[in-house]
Design a protein around this ligand. Structure first.
Ligand SMILES: NC(=O)c1ccc[n+]([C@@H]2O[C@H](COP(=O)([O-])OP(=O)(O)OC[C@H]3O[C@@H](n4cnc5c(N)ncnc54)[C@H](OP(=O)(O)O)[C@@H]3O)[C@@H](O)[C@H]2O)c1
Length: 305
């Protein structure tokens, strides 16, 4: 397949793209930094800086749309929120417009979203059919929902063009080379880990290797479309997460951080650490997908070298 990938140069893309090349696919990557792509892949991939550079007459079989400025990288100022929005929603709208102008359309688009779509839902078990909890809406918690909802809506426009669309509501991706684990491991390694707030909030995670395999499975399984929770079958509470990571590193994790302190220090962004989403990958399990890392212990064994 010839696959156009946005967001293929980051933490997830750096594992996904080499695997897709091994699978025999031809890749075109959208990147703001073509030199970085060339250093990483040489002539094995084509790189474009803007979507309009993609040749209209070049056959295209699939699109993987993961681009987005880091949610947890910087404080959510007004201008940062604009970047978070533009790098996902505006870019997805541009992608849809480029596809609309083509005579030949890709067969499938796999597009990003996150479990943050569900908002903070305490202990409720969340499947793809679950809705946002109707409640005393807290604007802080709604921000990520709105971002994901707009991202999904922008992608949905390809369905009317006959493109099979799979949207991945992705949990926290765990791998050694980036994301949450890369930030946490040094802290836990120093014995400074600890539960956050009550520790009772649910964390829905997925091993990087399983995320890559979900993308590979959905690329070729023409019977699948719609929303998929890209999370492991066994979400954990923050207290369990803390205990399992500390145990894997053979370090104590005795320094809990009070929720009030996190809210004070992080403001609106504290929802990323204190919000609770107990998400199950029901549709991938129904589709017969086999997770290599079903439990957090498996994941740490498989992903940490
Ligand atoms: N990692 C997780 O735990 C997790 C969980 C849920 C959802 N996701 C989503 O999955 C996607 C990939 O995650 P990741 O962890 O691999 O992210 P990452 O390492 O931060 O990589 C982000 C990717 O998006 C592109 N990008 C960043 N800022 C951009 C901007 N302002 N405009 C256009 N493109 C931009 C980058 O491409 P260039 O720099 O080459 O242009 C890069 O390829 C993101 O959309 C993220 O929100 C990730």
């Amino acid at each position: 397949m010839h696959i156009l990938i946005t967001g293929g140069t980051g933490f997830i893309g750096s594992t996904l793209c080499p695997q897709l090349l091994i699978d025999g696919h031809r890749l075109t990557l959208l990147s703001r930094d073509p030199a970085k792509v060339l250093r990483a892949y040489g002539s094995r991939v084509k790189v474009i800086r803007t979507l309009t550079e993609f040749p209209r007459d070049e056959p295209l079989d699939a699109v993987i749309n993961l681009a987005g400025a880091g949610i947890a990288d910087r404080p959510w100022t007004v201008s940062r929120k604009q970047q978070l929005h533009a790098s996902r929603i505006t870019l997805t709208e541009e992608l849809v417009n480029v596809l609309r102008r083509r005579e030949q359309r890709p067969r499938v688009m796999i597009s990003g979203s996150a479990t943050g779509w569900y908002g903070d839902q305490g202990d409720s078990v969340l499947e793809e059919t679950s809705t946002l909890r109707a409640r005393d809406s807290n604007a802080h918690e709604e921000y990520i929902h709105t971002l994901c909802q707009d991202w999904e809506t922008a992608a949905r426009a390809v369905e009317s063009m006959g493109v099979r669309l799979c949207i991945l509501r992705t949990g926290v991706v765990l791998g050694q080379s980036g994301g949450m684990l890369k930030r946490l491991l040094p802290v836990f390694g120093l014995g400074l880990g600890g539960r956050l707030g009550s520790g009772q909030q649910w964390l829905s995670w997925i091993a990087l290797g399983d995320f890559v395999n979900i993308v590979r499975a959905l690329l070729v399984d023409e019977s699948q479309s719609g929303i998929f929770n890209a999370t492991a079958p066994k979400p954990v509470t923050n207290a369990e997460f803390t205990a399992v990571v500390a145990h894997a590193l053979n370090r104590p994790a005795l320094l809990p951080i009070p929720g009030a302190l996190l809210r004070l220090a992080m403001g609106e962004m504290s929802v990323l650490l204190l919000g609770s989403q107990r998400v199950l990958p029901s549709r991938m399990l129904e589709a017969g997908f086999r997770f290599r890392s079903r439990t957090l212990e498996d994941c740490l064994r498989n992903e940490l070298h």
